[in-house]
Design a protein around this ligand. Structure first.
Ligand code: APR
Ligand code: ZN
Ligand code: ZN
Length: 363
């Protein structure tokens, strides 16, 4: 039996989101229906609403979520009703050329539920990142459910579903930050702060936070920044070099997605250092740098999609570290809000007032 629940829908480009009745089918083969408990508000949700991702309106928004599996399709083995899970948008196929080479974090064929959730009139919804979790129930591929320790509250666990995982993974997976490294993070929103927390966890000796907002820099210190630079006031490349004996940082993480800050990251790294781009640029952006500088400086220029995470490997591990008090995930939760407050949360996100607003969907 399909079920009708409330969900947050973006009906048209730029229009405020609305709370709608949606129809969630019974899970079919390979699918799971999840009772969402909490779901964070991410920039990507706003980008969907603005038509910046694609034009497959209406969208069912929300994708940083934790909840409990309500029912599963006939052949589903990996999860059962009652399991406490974080939803992920990297349910790996196990068969593509990346998976076969033992690199499932790059899976080129991730999957989602086959059946569609709809509006009451039958209009098919496009779930944000194949999840759609600003809803009391959502339908996903069973592989999108990652079991974690239920002692972690849902508003905290759900964060690993997207932005915080992206930042943590940019440091610990993509950047491969190791004990003793110097790290600089440019842009200290939720993603950048998570990169800082990841660098601390990995044993970085120096973690330099760069932002143009002093409030963000103060928060960055709480997550582990050892030094902060307001790049409105001073040149960040020179300042990072000055803090690293004139060399630059071993790993520089760009967590904004802009050409000018990417250029700062490029020149603020040590010779043979690594730059990680985890901020998402828009399609109009270009960069123009001397090719010789790419060659002459050596090292690695990487991008980090979802923090190069493998949900089944990383989510339970990071939740365990959180439960041990070694990863302050709770500090990313700026406010807990109701399912009707998403539009207001977009506004706060836009003004830079929050790291994460988290919608408490059900107990
Ligand atoms: N120099 C330094 N810091 C900047 C600059 C700049 N030119 N412009 C913006 N910032 C800072 C902001 O002050 C803010 O603290 O970058 C931070 C961006 O944070 P958020 O807007 O909260 O974004 P966040 O959720 O962290 O995501 C960052 O990663 O996943 C992507 O789509 C996401 O591209 C976005 C990026
Ligand atoms: Zn694959
Ligand atoms: Zn997201």
């Amino acid at each position: 039996m399909s079920v009708k629940v409330k969900g947050v829908v973006a009906r048209a480009k730029g229009a405020p989101v609305t709370l709608e009745t949606i129809v969630v089918p019974d899970p079919g083969p390979g699918e799971a229906r999840v009772r969402v408990q909490a779901c964070g508000v991410c920039h990507t949700d706003l980008h969907y609403r603005e038509g910046a991702i694609n034009d497959q309106f209406p969208f069912l928004l929300g994708h940083e979520a934790a909840g409990v599996v309500e029912s599963v399709g006939p052949d589903v083995q990996e999860v059962s009703p009652g399991d406490y899970v974080i939803l992920n948008w990297r349910a790996v196929c196990g068969e593509c050329r990346a998976c076969r080479r033992g690199r499932p974090q790059y899976c080129f064929n991730t999957h989602n539920a086959k059946q569609k959730m709809t509006l009451e009139d039958g209009t098919e919804l496009t779930p944000a990142l194949g999840i759609g979790a600003f809803a009391e129930l959502t339908l996903v591929a069973a592989g999108q459910c990652t079991k974690v320790d239920p002692q972690a509250p849902p508003e905290v666990a759900g964060l690993l579903g997207c932005g915080v995982m992206a930042g943590l993974g940019a440091a610990i997976n993509t950047g491969n930050v190791s004990r003793g490294d110097s790290v600089a993070v440019i842009g200290c929103g939720g993603v950048g702060d998570a990169a800082i927390a990841g660098a601390r966890l990995a044993g970085a000796r120096k973690i330099i936070a760069v932002d143009i907002d002093d409030r963000k820099l103060a928060k960055a210190k709480e997550f582990g920044a050892t030094d902060v630079i307001n790049s409105r006031a001073i040149d960040p490349v020179e300042a990072i070099q000055a803090l690293t004996e004139g060399n630059g940082a071993d790993v520089v993480i760009e967590a904004i997605g802009r050409p000018e800050t990417y250029e700062q990251a490029f020149y603020a790294r040590d010779l043979a250092g690594t730059v990680v781009l985890v901020g998402v640029p828009d399609p109009s952006m270009r960069i123009d740098l001397p090719l010789l500088d790419f060659f002459g400086r050596g090292g690695a220029l990487k991008s980090s999609w979802y923090g190069d995470c493998l949900p089944s490997r990383d989510f339970p591990m990071l939740i365990d570290l959180y439960l041990q008090g070694r990863l302050p995930l709770q500090d990313f939760v700026s406010e807990k809000i109701g399912i009707g407050d998403v539009e207001a949360a977009f506004d706060k996100m836009h003004k830079g007032e929050v790291l994460r607003s988290v919608v408490m969907v059900s107990g």
